[in-house]
Write a protein that binds this ligand. Structure first.
Ligand SMILES: CCCCCCCCCCCCCCCCCCCC(=O)SCCNC(=O)CCNC(=O)[C@H](O)C(C)(C)COP(=O)(O)OP(=O)(O)OC[C@H]1O[C@@H](n2cnc3c(N)ncnc32)[C@H](O)[C@@H]1OP(=O)(O)O
Ligand SMILES: Cc1cc2nc3c(=O)[nH]c(=O)nc-3n(C[C@H](O)[C@H](O)[C@H](O)COP(=O)(O)OP(=O)(O)OC[C@H]3O[C@@H](n4cnc5c(N)ncnc54)[C@H](O)[C@@H]3O)c2cc1C
Length: 673
């Protein structure tokens, strides 16, 4: 039958092999749950193996030792080589395969085609007419041109309706005049805009006959296709180094009365006729599709970042020995400490939960995308609400989890040899991009307040907010029913979310009734509103996790996932318990029960800890972490890694003669006086 944990190899560190031998489930079958099919999990490993056979695709040296320019060049070099091998390595129509290939070969720090794949192509697919697709999309897919999505400006990102870049229609010439009138109107932030791309979909405020029609999308050629020089009336460049993600040239763009043909406006759903007549889209927010596309996929990318950090931390914790639990016995693996388990295991459960919630979200997204092609827009509001809440909650909790993973590695976690700080830097960008988290929580809150109003008016609501109409127990049944059921936990989460949604609703209503204008009342309630959104979203995540466990057929996988779900429900409930204690839905006795279940869960998870992270099947090449090495041989490789430091090229640095020697000489002279 072979080992259940598929990472076991001869010569590995015995401490990590010992962990893997304890596995109660087949890690490759678990990978099928994480990546949604056995075929997808197999393909990931096949792609990794194929990449390992191509020497030019390996990192020239560990990425933390590269300068920013070298990072940009290295990513571009690999993109060039990848293009030659692309069709042999992946199915280019499969986004998950492409994403995996990118993670293995290039990693998360970015590459010249990042925004091209993530936003430029999707926006053309969703918003270009057939004729426009022929002109740009097919060239973009063949990489004859490289594009990005240029929306955010120096002065405005969140509030799209106040973008300062204008696209003024000139009926006489049938052109739009694109202009950045102020410094703050410059596009600022778009990925790859700085140096890599030669085209961009620019989002600008449409003006026809002096009337403002709001943000619309326009295709703009930025650079000459042969020389790559910026075209006339265009100023473009890089915005400088960032916290992380520095292989990517996030850029600025100033448009100086640039004229583009009328047919460069993306017109699948919305139109400006030759005579300037404006024809509305079937839904006002259809042009926001590229953002929804990324938000819908972010749960999975965040789950991946979180799982990467945890793989590093859990593997390292299984070979790191420090201190004693029993003073008569040798030093223990730090993974034995309950505090270490409490620090890491709930985040493992979250990574799984985000992946399962992500799969459901992508399914809904695909449905809405298909509907939109035929002008059907009914589910757009549901998708917008769901993705707004999830992107905010998942990015925030991912941030917490990665930082805990880093701290759990002690001093070595702080070294770039762990690579966790880079993963952290990349992941936390997600709290900001695609809609600042508070802004997006407030978008979901609008949807929740509408649902709450409907319920108050005696109407029945369904779908994602159906629980607002469902019967509620005054007291939680956790620990009060003979059978062990997750339903009691989910009902408690429902109660908490429902109470908070109505609390925010009542507060808002009270202020409105007192005569406060809506926007002011909204602002004064906004902390309560964001709380409601978070609780609603955390309920959805827990439900998605439970739905997945319910559907699993394989006994051992189901059992292992069930343990994670149990940990998740107890940990998450403790995290938000104050809401349930407030109105007596939970009592002290139940809190004790939940706490003791949590501790019991940690013990249950412990033997499988390494296998839970191994099941993500993240290769050494994609983890880029000395601490997270599959074979557990950390210490000798830490020493090897440090040899890459340019400071070690000579024993004595020039700064010694220049500064340190004079400093010490003069100090010695002074002390002789
Ligand atoms: C497997 C495959 C591959 C793919 C992968 C993807 C992976 C991604 C991760 C990769 C990792 C690293 C790569 C990094 C890439 C970084 C990319 C970052 C790119 C960007 O950041 S682009 C810029 C993003 N900018 C924003 O998100 C701006 C945020 N602001 C807004 O979206 C809007 O301004 C806002 C807040 C929605 C408000 O819009 P506004 O028009 O002002 O509307 P109102 O507030 O008045 O609301 C009116 C009404 O409209 C509804 N609404 C709003 N938006 C939508 C929507 N999209 N759909 C449906 N309905 C919408 C809103 O709910 C209101 O409804 P009411 O009924 O309440 O009136
Ligand atoms: C790594 C990275 C990559 C990016 N890539 C791209 C890209 O490819 N293309 C692109 O166009 N853009 C890109 N962006 C820009 C990004 O989308 C914006 O920065 C983001 O949408 C946030 O907008 P902002 O910067 O205007 O934040 P601000 O809105 O200025 O946020 C500042 C603060 O104000 C608060 N705030 C703002 N409005 C409200 C409100 N209505 N209610 C309550 N609080 C509010 C926020 O919560 C926040 O605390 C990228 C950004 C990053 C960090």
């Amino acid at each position: 039958m072979g080992n259940l944990n598929k990472e076991i190899r001869d010569g590995d560190h015995p401490d990590i092999t010992e962990e893997r031998l304890k596995s109660t489930f087949d890690t490759h079958k678990m990978a099928a749950q994480i990546y949604n099919s056995q075929r997808a999990a197999d393909r990931r490993n096949e792609i990794t193996s194929a990449v390992l056979k191509i020497p030019e695709l390996q990192d020239i040296k560990p990425l933390p030792f590269l300068s920013r320019e070298e990072k940009v060049e290295e990513a571009a070099r690999k993109i060039g080589i990848l293009s030659e091998h692309l069709y042999d390595l992946v199915n280019v129509n499969d986004g998950a395969e492409l994403y995996h290939l990118n993670n293995v070969v290039i990693g998360g720090e970015g590459n010249p085609l990042a925004l091209h794949g993530v936003m430029f192509i999707p926006v053309l697919q969703a918003q270009a007419t057939d004729e426009q697709k022929k002109k740009w999309l097919y060239r973009a897919m063949k990489r004859e041109i490289i594009g990005t999505y240029a929306q955010t400006e120096m002065g405005h990102g969140s509030n799209l309706r106040k973008l300062e870049t204008t696209a003024t229609y000139d009926k006489a010439t049938e052109e739009f005049v694109l202009n950045s009138p102020t410094t703050t109107s410059m596009k600022w932030w778009p990925g790859n805009l700085g140096k890599s791309t030669n085209y961009a979909v620019v989002v600008a405020t449409l003006i026809i006959n002096e009337k403002d029609y709001g943000p619309h999308s326009f295709m703009v050629q930025l650079r000459d296709e042969n020389t790559h020089k910026p075209l006339p009336n265009i100023e473009v460049g890089d915005i400088g180094p960032k916290m992380a993600y520095n292989a990517t040239d996030n850029g600025f763009l100033k448009l100086n009365h640039l004229r583009i043909p009328r047919t460069n406006m993306l017109m699948k759903h919305v139109k400006v006729e030759k005579d300037g007549t404006y024809i509305k889209p079937p839904h006002a927010k259809m042009s926001y599709s590229a953002m929804v596309h990324v938000r819908a996929h972010m749960n999975n990318t965040m789950a991946y970042f979180l799982a990467s950090s945890l793989t590093i931390a859990v593997r390292y914790s299984s070979i790191r020995r420090q201190g004693h639990i029993n003073p008569k016995e040798p030093e223990v693996k730090v993974l034995e400490y309950q505090t270490q388990q409490h620090r890491l295991f709930p985040h493992i459960a979250r990574a799984y939960a985000f992946s399962f919630a992500g799969a459901e979200t992508v399914r809904l997204y695909e449905k809405v995308k298909k509907d939109m092609e035929s002008g059907e827009t009914e589910l757009m509001a549901d998708l917008h609400a769901l993705t707004s809440g999830l992107k905010s909650v998942v990015t925030y909790l991912t941030m917490q989890g990665i930082e805990q993973a880093r701290q759990s590695c002690g001093g070595h976690g702080y070294s770039m040899a762990s690579y966790i700080s880079e993963i952290y830097g990349i992941a936390i960008g997600g709290c900001t991009y695609e809609g600042e988290n508070m802004v997006m929580l407030l978008q979901l809150a609008r949807y929740l307040m509408k649902a709450a109003k409907a319920v108050k008016e005696g109407k029945k609501v369904e779908g994602l907010v159906g629980y607002l109409s469902a019967p509620d127990n005054r007291h939680s049944l956790i620990d009060r029913t003979p059978e062990k059921s997750y339903d009691t936990y989910l009902k408690t989460f429902e109660h908490i979310a429902r109470q908070q949604i109505f609390r925010a609703f009542d507060k808002l209503e009270k202020m409105l009734t007192s005569g406060l204008p809506h926007s002011e009342a909204w602002n004064k309630c906004s902390v309560e509103l964001t709380r409601a959104s978070r609780l609603h979203t955390r309920l959805f995540i827990a439900q998605a996790f439970a739905r997945r466990v319910h559907d699993v057929v394989d006994f051992h996988i189901k059992e292992a996932l069930d343990d994670l779900l149990h940990l998740h429900l107890n940990y998450e409930l403790l995290d938000v318990a104050s809401y349930a204690l407030e109105d007596g839905h939970l009592c002290g006795e139940q809190m004790n029960f939940i706490r003791s279940e949590l501790y019991r869960s940690l013990g249950k998870i412990r033997p499988n800890a390494v296998s839970y992270v191994d099941a993500w099947e993240l290769s050494d090449m994609e983890l880029r972490s000395v601490l997270g090495r599959r074979d557990g041989h950390v210490y000798e490789n830490l020493y090897k890694w440090a040899q890459n430091s340019s400071l070690n090229r000579t024993d004595v640095l020039p700064v010694f003669e220049k500064y340190l020697k004079p400093l010490m000489m003069s100090a010695r002279k002074n002390s002789k006086l």
